[in-house]
Design a protein around this ligand. Structure first.
Ligand SMILES: [Zn+2]
Length: 329
């Protein structure tokens, strides 16, 4: 920093902040040449009713470079000073129950997901697979990982709100559909990597690799729908359907009234049912209750707040007539 040692008068002219910095620099520099800090570490094992308890403590032997710094007392990192004990000493133990709360695991952030993909090998039980994953740095590469997450997001399997990642109902369906399948395990990456290596060593062929992937994918496609029939999944699927449809079509009594942004339309339109309910009719936004009434009773109660084309407000109820929603005065 400087070769000049400041004189007493220069030092006293420094502002307190400047002086602090100067002293810190001097202290740190001196500490580099000071003696080692020495301590003894003690570990005590205490047996209480055949249960072993471990205590670790530290006893300072020589302050060394630490003497240059004013240590605040009771700093957390300092291990407690333990009493001098001999082997096989007996002691009185005071037992107390400590009550506490555990916290649920922190939800993932996008950054957390990326590092989790990198270290996916830790989650794999098979040692060989785990080793390969460690070598290839998990799932994806530095260049592709965020793109993979983007794709999952875009397809609606996960949602990110305030940087917190959560799995959507659709994501849960996907997870349950491939549960237990190799596709759901980081091991798949390991298995593929190890075969790619074989190809590199001339012990395997590209043809064989692709053939097996094709076989695997076909089997998965066959298997997934069967899985979707399980009961727990049926509930999730039903929830998903419930949130997206307003109810059963009152005309064909078969299709579902699917949410299509500006309107609810019958899912049976391919078979000729064109029943629709617009969400806004003559300037009035329908409530969920209005739509439900239309579907279940083919009529709403008297509603206020419609506006004619000329801008005149009017009241009316809505009814289903001739396969259409119309006013009833
Ligand atoms: Zn219909």
């Amino acid at each position: 920093m400087t070769k000049t040692i400041p004189s007493e008068s220069v030092l006293s002219a420094l502002k307190p902040e400047e002086k602090n910095i100067y002293e810190e620099v001097v202290r740190t520099t001196l500490a580099m040449f000071h003696e080692d800090y020495e301590y003894e570490e003690t570990a005590i094992e205490t047996k209480v009713n055949e249960l072993l308890f471990y205590t670790k403590g530290r006893v300072e032997v020589k302050k060394g470079w630490k003497s240059l710094f004013n240590e605040k007392e009771g700093k957390k990192e300092d291990a407690p000073v333990l009493p001098a004990v001999q082997k096989n000493d007996t002691t009185c133990s005071k037992l107390a129950i400590k009550e506490g709360f555990t916290k649920p695991p922190q939800p993932y952030t996008e950054g957390g997901l990326i590092s989790m993909m990198k270290t996916a090998g830790k989650l794999v039980e098979d040692e060989a697979d785990s080793d390969i994953l460690k070598e290839v740095e998990g799932i994806g590469t530095e260049a592709t990982r965020s793109g993979i997450i983007e794709t999952i997001k875009k397809n609606g399997y996960i949602e990110v709100k305030k940087n917190i990642v959560s799995v959507t109902e659709k994501g849960i369906i996907l997870c349950e559909a491939i549960e237990g399948n190799l596709l759901s395990s980081p091991s798949m990456t390991a298995k593929w990597e190890s075969y790619l290596r074989k190809i590199g060593e001339g012990k395997g062929s590209q043809e064989n690799f692709l053939k097996n992937i094709k076989k695997f994918l076909n089997a998965t496609i066959d298997e997934a729908p069967k899985k979707l029939e399980t009961e727990s999944l049926a509930v999730v699927v039903q929830n998903q359907v419930d949130t997206q449809t307003a109810g059963t079509c009152p005309i064909c009594k078969d299709g579902q009234m699917v949410d299509r942004k500006k309107l609810y339309g019958c899912s049976n339109y391919k078979n000729g049912c064109t029943f629709t309910i617009f969400k806004v009719i003559s300037g009035k936004k329908l409530t969920q209750k209005n739509v439900k009434d239309l579907l279940e009773k083919q009529a709403t109660g008297k509603l206020k707040g419609f506006k004619s084309k000329a801008g005149k407000p009017f009241d009316a109820s809505l009814i289903v007539k001739d396969k259409k929603v119309t006013f009833s005065f």
